[in-house]
Write a protein that binds this ligand. Structure first.
Ligand code: FES
Ligand code: FES
Length: 159
């Protein structure tokens, strides 16, 4: 069974028809070509598929594209047209840019954290990325990146 949906993705309105059972991550990757959200576990465990749905962090493997009808979706691609946003730049500067599977979801979660809490504590930062798993490299550099963005934003407010 197919359903028409109207979704605003990274500021662009998309009118599409999807199978009722199509996961949002597959819609984003295969229909819209937004391949930043990755597929790891398909069971809401790894966070590789993290996106924002109506500004809430969700695992897009476990949300149907049809459920996003009428909603806004923000993916890791939702940044400047050229170059990196400040979160991505801090990941680079702090060596928090790890593999292509975990990093996009981490970046989305960190953007959401800093939008709702510009000065997170270490525990709040840990909590914010608790749904984004890395099985190989670790989290210290990512936590350092979060501190760095927050500090840079505070400094820019004082300029
Ligand atoms: S693929 Fe969605 S949480 Fe792992
Ligand atoms: S899963 Fe990406 S660096 Fe570990």
């Amino acid at each position: 069974m197919k359903a028409p949906i109207r979704v605003e993705v990274n500021g662009k309105v998309e009118n599409e028809t999807v199978e009722a059972a199509t996961p949002l991550v597959d819609f984003l990757r295969h229909r819209l070509g937004l391949t930043g959200a990755h597929v790891g576990c398909r069971s809401a465990s790894c966070g590789a598929c993290t996106v924002l749905l109506e500004d809430r962090v969700v695992k897009s493997c476990c949300v149907l594209a049809a459920e996003a009808d009428g909603c806004s979706v923000r993916t890791v691609e939702n940044g400047p047209d050229n170059g990196l946003d400040d979160v991505q730049q801090a990941f680079v500067d702090c060596q928090g840019m790890q593999c292509g599977f975990c990093t996009p979801g981490m970046v989305v979660s960190v953007r959401a954290l800093l939008d709702r809490n510009p000065n997170p504590t270490r525990d709040q930062a840990r909590h914010a990325i608790a749904g984004n798993l890395c099985r190989c490299t670790g989290y210290t550099n990512i936590l350092n990146a979060i501190d760095t963005v927050a500090q840079r934003r505070r400094n820019s407010l004082m300029d």
